[in-house]
Design a protein around this ligand. Structure first.
Ligand code: CO
Length: 147
């Protein structure tokens, strides 16, 4: 049997940080903190964001900047003009099992509970902060090559 079940939280995959400018945020991580693993930024149209990953020895920072005028980050940046910590992402072994478990326990899964393909090309869901002590939580299926 696997060491952890589909209902169990897995690795911290990344911390999502919203920023009005990925280019400026990258400078902070590179010049102030000395980060060296900085990916290319790319658009996730469905989510309305630019994304750029900063690699750390044990995790990643996911820098996200609004893309398009319907971006869900626009509201966030109105409240937090300098940017700020936006969500945390944990891995799960099976997104559907995790989603059904969240719903069965009474949590609200965003987007009607329909998984979307996230920045790591695997299905993700978001659990409402009201169920998570005020923290927006992303659950993503562990990429197969990581097994
Ligand atoms: Co994320």
């Amino acid at each position: 049997m696997a060491a952890y079940t589909a209902r169990m939280i897995g690795k911290l995959n990344h911390v999502g940080v919203a920023t009005p400018s990925i280019d400026k945020a990258v400078e902070v991580y590179r010049d102030l903190l000395g980060a060296t693993q900085i990916g290319e930024k790319f658009i996730m149209e469905e989510q309305g964001v630019w994304v750029c990953f900063v690699g750390l020895p044990n995790s990643q920072i996911e820098l996200i900047e609004p893309w398009g005028d319907k971006s869900p980050l626009i509201n966030f940046l109105e409240k937090n003009p300098a940017g700020g910590q936006h969500h945390i992402c944990f891995e799960v072994s099976d997104i559907i099992v995790a989603r059904d478990d969240m719903v069965a326990k009474g949590a609200t899964v965003l987007n009607g509970g329909v998984p979307r393909i996230g920045a790591h090309k695997v299905p993700v869901i978001f659990v409402h902060p009201k169920n998570m002590g005020g923290v927006l939580v992303e659950l993503m299926e562990t990429p197969k090559e990581a097994h």
